[in-house]
Design a protein around this ligand. Structure first.
Ligand SMILES: NC(=O)c1ccc[n+]([C@@H]2O[C@H](COP(=O)([O-])OP(=O)(O)OC[C@H]3O[C@@H](n4cnc5c(N)ncnc54)[C@H](O)[C@@H]3O)[C@@H](O)[C@H]2O)c1
Length: 344
């Protein structure tokens, strides 16, 4: 039972989330949520995807889950509009989380989902790199130096302590420079190199994070896939034709990736006549939660070429949003609003 009076909701802003959430706790909570899901302690259905194209270049997803450890139910409602930064001077991704009491179903908190998403996405990518990357990885590349690219840097700095060189590649040089400046403040002992060529940025790297938007069909065909490489997809999955390029493929949530890929493929085919190959569940060897709990094999040796993709799970968002709620309550932050007439 929440401490918020039924009928009231507490609104916790992005600014307040930034005040109360630490990268260390987000990393811990994200890994714990993935392990809990593997152990049957969380319920996370496939997200509902609402495409808004061709009239608009974007989509909105609805992402519910139930975390039994924390005893919280929540939903995140989140967009991805790749043209937002250039056309509207707005972020690509903005979201909102609603927390409900599992016993009554009554909502009691509305928490920003923008910072929550950025932090948990970086955490999930860094966790995948920790479990799927080869031992003692030295060079990592971040492709796409936007919001998720920056949080990936923050989190990977914690999960990959052996990294000595960080390469950053973005089509906007100013974004590349900004990420490098931020990273130097957090991890001053590493070498940072800016790239404007994708293939060069990935040549010889141990881990490549792809945090750019809409690169589905070009990226994996552009970079050289050498022994020991781990590609962590944040803004993209692979298509079935690319599967044979990898020795091992791990997703966070196989059913969700397969559903999203086939829905997107079917929709694009109907709209533009673009052919697509149906993605089967067998494309993936396992899920990252099961790798964390030891139920699935992660990387088998230092030579395997691995692709790991996190489509993004509600459990990660709701675990972090609930942390923001608890910390805000402790510190007297947030704004209480009487939203419903229940109890009157
Ligand atoms: N998997 C998840 O859970 C999850 C969560 C949130 C966002 N995302 C995805 O992450 C991606 C990035 O989101 P964001 O919020 O960081 O967006 P953003 O707009 O803040 O950053 C994207 C960056 O990619 C750069 N970019 C675009 N095309 C590029 C290219 N060809 N090569 C190199 N850089 C390029 C842009 O200049 C920009 O700096 C989106 O595709 C989004 O769908 C995934």
């Amino acid at each position: 039972m929440s401490a918020i009076q039924p009928g009231n909701v507490i609104v916790i802003s992005e600014h307040e989330c930034k005040e109360v959430l630490t990268p260390e706790r987000v990393l811990f909570l994200t890994e714990q949520a993935l392990a809990d899901y593997s152990n049957g302690l969380a319920v996370n259905p496939v997200k509902l995807h609402l495409p808004l194209y061709p009239e608009n270049n974007g989509w909105i997803n609805s992402m519910p889950s139930w975390l039994k450890r924390q005893n919280v139910v929540g939903n995140k409602w989140i967009n991805v509009h790749g043209d937002n930064p250039a056309k509207h001077n707005l972020p690509t991704v903005v979201g909102v989380c609603v927390l409900n009491d599992p016993a009554t179903g009554i909502p009691y908190a509305i928490v920003d989902g923008t910072y929550v998403t950025a932090m948990r996405t970086g955490a999930c990518a860094a966790i995948q790199a920790k479990y799927m990357g080869k031992k003692d990885a030295k060079i990592m590349t971040i492709v796409g130096a936007g919001v998720q690219g920056n949080t990936t840097m923050t989190m990977a700095g914690m999960t990959l302590p052996s990294i000595e060189e960080v390469r950053v590649m973005d089509i906007r040089p100013e974004a590349t420079q900004r990420l490098i400046e931020n990273a130097k403040k957090q991890y001053p002992d590493k070498k940072y190199v800016a790239y404007d060529d994708l293939a060069a940025a990935c040549a010889g790297a141990d881990i490549v994070f792809i945090a750019a938007h809409g690169m589905e069909r070009v990226l994996i065909d552009t970079i050289e896939l050498h022994k020991g490489l781990t590609v962590v997809g944040i803004g993209q999955w692979i298509i079935p034709e690319q599967r044979s390029k990898f020795d091992r493929v791990i997703f966070d949530f196989i059913d969700c990736v397969v559903h999203r890929a086939n829905q997107a493929g079917q929709y694009t085919k109907e709209l533009y006549g673009t052919p697509y190959t149906v993605m089967e569940r067998s494309i993936a060897d396992g899920e990252i939660g099961d790798v964390i709990t030891g139920k699935a094999v992660g990387r088998a040796n230092d030579d395997e070429i691995v692709f790991s993709f996190g489509v993004g799970m509600s459990i990660e968002d709701i675990a972090v949003a609930y942390e923001a709620y608890e910390k805000a309550m402790e510190r007297g932050l947030g704004t209480v609003v009487n939203l419903f007439d229940v109890g009157k």
